[in-house]
Design a protein around this ligand. Structure first.
Ligand code: SAH
Length: 250
């Protein structure tokens, strides 16, 4: 029987892979990958490596989680090195834990390789630190999408007490999220930022306020990070990625 590696691929920029992820991608006999995986990363697979897309499209799984689990099981019988490649970190809204539990129950050997989560690195690429002395001493990472696509069950009052709140999968519910944060006590003038396709050449940043988002005045497209907090105002001072990109393009 082979071994399954549940591997985080980082937020998009291929250079944000860990050395361990990079080695496993090169050694893999099969790679099962998600939608948010940058295709440049898959170029590192060895010739003959089987590449299996198991991502989501428009919020629904092309393959249900059960089927992904079944494939992991099947490939582990057939191959020595099975890589299950996920965007960001596999245990941050990545269902990596569910897959690990499944493999454990089936007696299939596995390892988990952490990745750089988009929740923190994408704001960083927009010049927004999630904590900053004197500005923010706490942050929370929250899903903006409940299971089966419903609005998530969240303790908004508790969340309003956190300095920096980072929503993943929050684009389609952004209006409701912003309104709930205001209702729970966050100032309507709190700065917010949406960062689309962070850490890639197509990174796009939209800065606004909670109030404007609640009013439906902010246009954004997934995948994006929706970050709420005073740290957004540091962006003017720290902003660096676009300049770095421009220098590379010249
Ligand atoms: N495990 C992943 C998160 C999976 S949930 C991680 O740790 O990063 C998928 C959500 O992550 C998307 O809806 C989006 O909110 C966010 N996301 C992932 N990659 C992103 C990127 N490059 N730019 C902006 N948001 C991203």
């Amino acid at each position: 029987m082979g071994k399954v590696y549940i591997v985080g691929a980082g937020p998009g920029d291929p250079e944000l892979l860990t050395l361990k992820a990079f080695r496993l991608i090169k050694e893999a006999d099969v790679i099962l990958y998600d939608r948010l995986i940058n295709s440049e990363i898959l170029f590192h697979a060895k010739p003959g490596c089987e590449l299996v897309y198991v991502g989501k499209e428009d919020g629904k799984h092309i393959l249900e989680q059960d089927k992904i689990n079944f494939l992991l099981y099947e490939f582990a019988q057939k191959y020595e090195t099975v890589v299950r490649l996920k965007g960001g970190d596999p245990f941050v809204f990545g269902r990596g834990g569910e897959e690990a539990i499944f493999l454990k129950e089936k007696g299939i050997p596995f390892e988990v390789v952490p990745g750089i989560t988009s929740a923190i690195s994408v704001p960083l690429y927009a010049g927004v630190p999630v904590t900053h002395r004197g500005v923010a001493s706490s942050f929370a990472i929250v899903t903006g999408h409940g299971s089966k696509g419903q609005f998530p069950d969240i303790n908004w009052d508790a969340l309003a007490g956190i300095d920096t709140v980072i929503f993943l999968m929050g684009v389609s519910n952004r209006q409701k999220i912003a309104q709930n944060m205001i209702d729970a006590g966050k100032s309507p003038d709190t700065p917010v930022i949406f960062i689309e396709k962070g850490t890639t050449k197509e990174q796009k940043e939209v800065q606004s306020t909670l109030k404007e988002v609640a009013q439906g005045r902010v246009n954004v497209h997934p995948p994006a990070i929706f970050l709420i907090g005073e740290v957004v105002s540091l962006r003017d001072k720290i902003h660096w990625f676009e300049e770095a990109l421009r220098r590379v393009q010249i």
